[in-house]
Design a protein around this ligand. Structure first.
Ligand SMILES: [Mn+2]
Length: 198
């Protein structure tokens, strides 16, 4: 495995953590090709998307979030394509430089798309679909990221359920206009949000 300095630094930090505690990684829309070799290097375990977390007598549904942004139809078409094993085999068979160049083009296209829209128009999780998933998982808390709008709030209520909550994880961006970087912690006392020290 070729190591870039930044990625190698990330692996080192994750491994130091993974050697001390159970470290689970759920891939998202950018890192969906993360392989088992990388996870082993990080002492990490793969979390399927979604995953039910049982902790302190409660069930929580962990999901990346992209698959629930049903209004983002162009992205969902792209997602269906790149999650196909044949597409992934063909992509991974290309030389590394070609793959990096393609990933850069995809990221630039995604950023251009985001800038055209403005935060208020960014895709958000479809609440009805999320409630269906919560019911199927017999969970009351939904934890997801992806939408760049970190918050904790009551959620749903379509089926007369008022006690559901949704925790939207923060992405980590300390380099641009609107810095944000938080972790969500769950203890026996409940959920709490903590800023990451830059
Ligand atoms: Mn995402």
């Amino acid at each position: 495995m070729r190591s870039e300095p930044f990625e190698a630094g990330c692996v080192e930090i994750l491994r130091a953590c993974g050697e001390q505690r159970h470290l689970g990684i759920m891939v998202g829309n950018r890192d969906f090709l993360l392989g088992d070799t990388m996870l082993q290097a990080c002492c990490a375990h793969r979390l399927s998307d979604p995953t039910v977390l049982e902790a302190f007598g409660q069930r929580h549904l962990l999901i990346h979030g992209d698959s629930l942004c049903l209004a983002d139809t162009a992205y969902l078409r792209f997602r269906a394509q790149v999650r196909q094993p044949e597409w992934q085999r063909a992509f991974l068979a290309a030389p590394l430089e070609a793959r990096l160049a393609q990933a850069r083009r995809m990221r630039e296209a995604s950023q251009a798309h985001q800038q055209q829209q403005g935060p208020a128009e960014w895709a958000d999780v479809d609440e009805t679909a999320a409630e269906t998933w919560l019911q199927a998982a017999a969970a009351h808390t939904l934890i997801h990221g992806h939408t760049h709008r970190p918050t904790s709030m009551p959620f749903g209520g379509h089926q007369g359920s008022t006690h559901r909550r949704r925790h939207v994880l923060s992405d980590w961006d300390l380099d641009h206009g609107h810095p944000r970087a938080e972790v969500l912690r769950l203890t026996s006392a409940g959920f709490s949000r903590h800023p990451v020290d830059a």
